[in-house]
Design a protein around this ligand. Structure first.
Ligand code: HEC
Ligand code: HEC
Ligand code: HEC
Ligand code: HEC
Ligand code: HEC
Ligand code: HEC
Ligand code: HEC
Ligand code: HEC
Length: 432
């Protein structure tokens, strides 16, 4: 228990007198008023709070929201608590959270050029990209800016898994809590896990049709072992890392991918300013040691149910699959890069280089953005959808995602890219 928590709880205990019922003083009057009035204006919310550990521990409305708002008109005086308020009593989880990846989510979102040309509803409004990336921490300045522009909510990161106002541990332990964000187009972890051996067994067990001790790991079991809020994986989302591998072909292919991510200058091969941005949100493991730490942590987790050598072998399949996926990917990038080089695709003016740029996603114009060619869109899909599925499918043990939705689609994309490039070159020749 840290100092602040002691003071807050101490204060609460002091205002309870010994009968436990005879509330005294202004604070308790206000507290009752919050609950009485909110039972009328938002009864569902109060029911959730009443179901929480907090309601039993004296963590009342005003502990989190302050006491300045007292009637139906002055509600804007209520504090909308950010994660630092939770940290006052849950320092351990807060500190772990700040070491993991989730707290970077808002910063990582804003680091992408695409974010700043998309509709606000999809960002600040908390739908679309912002609806998932608000698990990240916002700086005070970012919060002020959002409030000024009318986006008053989404201040708290912890309640993405511990839904307000029940703030439950049990709910956070359910894999469906992760499903909301870890699903779909570019990160189908839910789908891959749910229909893997691990997931199907978990679902059968949930129905009570397996012995209680039957083992079936959840997302939390593998990614938050022992309740640790510091979540990070070896390869991360984009599946590239440093230093470059010893395998010469793989090293060359990864360099090609890093160029298409705008992290290396396509002409000189030197790092660009984007590398610093990617570093600042811990998007890639930058050293062997950083990668190994995460890999070893995972092997330890697998080894709770499997033999260590089995687990190592299984994870090594994921690594070698990435190497093979990168071969196809680099071939696709090089074909499209050749079209830029030969002036067949013109450099969009917002691009830094005449080279494919994955961080602009699939724009077809609008804002200050120019139209992206169809072949660029196919290339982007090959990277963001099919390469992701290929290796994520292997790591989450899903045969169908790894093959049909992943690898098979990458080969189809590459075929399409080759065909499109041929046609584009032929057309350019005729036009000349
Ligand atoms: C007399 C009724 C009343 C009392 C007393 C009251 N509230 Fe409210 N409160 C409201 C109403 C009504 C709203 C919603 C206003 C709206 O969105 O139209 C509200 C909104 C809020 C909000 C949301 C603020 C926002 O920006 O949307 C919080 C948080 C809140 N109340 C907490 C409290 C707390 C804590 C107390 C006690 C210290 C309290 N309320 C006392 C009626 C009351
Ligand atoms: C443990 C802290 C905590 C306690 C206790 C708490 N709240 Fe909240 N409340 C939050 C958080 C966090 C948010 C979301 C803030 C955000 O992200 O902008 C919130 C949001 C709200 C909102 C606005 C959002 C909405 O869904 O309408 C209202 C109204 C509200 N609380 C009322 C109450 C009332 C009434 C109580 C007491 C019965 C209460 N809160 C107790 C933490 C708390
Ligand atoms: C004034 C202190 C205080 C504040 C502020 C506070 N909590 Fe708690 N919280 C407690 C206490 C006390 C418990 C029960 C004992 C424990 O688990 O530490 C608890 C329990 C919990 C639990 C476990 C619930 C369960 O089902 O077992 C979660 C999750 C939680 N709090 C999240 C939050 C979040 C998120 C916030 C901020 C929005 C927050 N708390 C703010 C004091 C606080
Ligand atoms: C509100 C949306 C949301 C929820 C809910 C959520 N996540 Fe995430 N998660 C994200 C986002 C966004 C990122 C990427 C953040 C970043 O790296 O900047 C992420 C990153 C991760 C990573 C790090 C991957 C890497 O780069 O190494 C892991 C592991 C993870 N989440 C696991 C979980 C688990 C397990 C749960 C459920 C207990 C969960 N997440 C719930 C949105 C969410
Ligand atoms: C359905 C929820 C969801 C939506 C919508 C979403 N993201 Fe994400 N995003 C995630 C999750 C989850 C991760 C982590 C995935 C992983 O590690 O496999 C992530 C990862 C990222 C990362 C990499 C962070 C890192 O450090 O590895 C960036 C950058 C990003 N998203 C940007 C965006 C942008 C820009 C948009 C909108 C155009 C967007 N996201 C829409 C959930 C979402
Ligand atoms: C049996 C353990 C296990 C379970 C269960 C599991 N994962 Fe994973 N997860 C892994 C492994 C292994 C990796 C790859 C780690 C690496 O990069 O070496 C991974 C990678 C990830 C990543 C990073 C990007 C990627 O997909 O490679 C995210 C995000 C993630 N998992 C989220 C989840 C979510 C959400 C769930 C539940 C729906 C889940 N995981 C279930 C073991 C697991
Ligand atoms: C990605 C989802 C996720 C987010 C975000 C998250 N938590 Fe948790 N939290 C969990 C899970 C899962 C558990 C249960 C861990 C276990 O016991 O294995 C948990 C447990 C807890 C507990 C109960 C600890 C205990 O053993 O009684 C507290 C307190 C808590 N979290 C606070 C926080 C705070 C504070 C934040 C924000 C800084 C936060 N959590 C953000 C998923 C999350
Ligand atoms: C909580 C226990 C548990 C953990 C942790 C766990 N597994 Fe499993 N796993 C099982 C069970 C049970 C099965 C089904 C029986 C079997 O095939 O061994 C299984 C099956 C598998 C299979 C066979 C899948 C198939 O489709 O036939 C692989 C491969 C596997 N696990 C790899 C891993 C890896 C890699 C990790 C760590 C990232 C891991 N497991 C973590 C319990 C676990």
């Amino acid at each position: 228990m840290n100092k602040t928590r002691f003071i807050v709880l101490g204060g609460l205990i002091a205002i309870f007198c010994f009968t436990g019922f005879c509330f005294s003083g202004l604070a308790i009057g206000a507290e009752e008023a919050c609950i009485t009035c909110h039972k009328k204006v938002s009864p569902g919310l109060v029911l959730d709070w009443e179901s929480s550990r907090h309601s039993k521990e004296g963590v009342t409305c005003s502990v989190c929201h302050g006491e300045n708002h007292t009637n139906a008109r002055d509600f804007k005086k209520a504090i909308l608590p950010d994660e630092h308020v939770c940290a006052q009593c849950h320092e351990k989880q807060f500190n772990q959270f700040m070491k993991g990846k989730h707290h970077f989510a808002w910063k990582a979102l804003n680091a992408l050029p695409i974010t700043h040309v998309e509709p606000d509803e999809l960002m600040e409004g908390g739908k679309g990209c912002g609806g998932c990336h608000n698990v990240g921490v916002k700086t005070k300045a970012e919060r002020m800016d959002l409030h000024k522009r009318g986006y008053r909510y989404q201040n708290n990161a912890c309640d993405e898994c511990h839904t307000r106002h029940s703030f439950s541990k049990k709910e956070a332990l359910d894999p469906r809590t992760c499903q909301r964000c870890h699903m779909g187009y570019d990160h189908p972890q839910w789908e891959t896990w749910e229909s893997s051996k691990h997931g199907t067994r978990y679902l059968i067990k949930e129905k009570g049709e397996l012995p209680k001790n039957a083992q079936a790991p959840t997302c939390q079991f593998c990614h938050m072992p022992n309740g640790n809020h510091d979540n990070k994986t070896a390869w991360g989302f984009i599946g590239v890392r440093l230093p470059l591998p010893k395998d010469k072909q793989w090293a060359a292919d990864r360099v090609t991918i890093l160029k298409a991510l705008g992290v290396l200058n396509p002409v000189t091969g030197k790092p660009t300013a984007r590398l610093d941005v990617i570093k600042s949100v811990d998007m890639v493991r930058l050293t062997d040691a950083a990668w190994k730490t995460q890999r070893e942590k995972m092997i330890k987790t697998c080894s709770r149910c499997h033999s260590e050598s089995y687990a190592k072998r299984q994870l090594a399949y994921g690594d070698s699959m990435l190497r093979k996926a990168d071969r196809l990917m680099a071939e696709g990038i090089n074909i499209v890069a050749g079209l830029y080089r030969d002036g067949i695709i013109k450099k969009p003016k917002n691009y830094a280089f005449a080279y494919p740029d994955f961080l602009y996603f699939m724009r077809t114009g609008g804002g200050n953005m120019e139209h992206m060619s169809h072949i660029d869109q196919v290339l982007f899909q090959m990277y963001m959808k099919h390469r992701m599925r290929t290796y994520q499918g292997i790591f989450h043990l899903n045969p169908d995602y790894a093959y049909w939705y992943g690898w098979a689609m990458m080969t189809k994309d590459l075929g399409e890219i080759k065909e499109l490039a041929k046609t584009m070159r032929a057309t350019a020749k005729i036009e000349k």
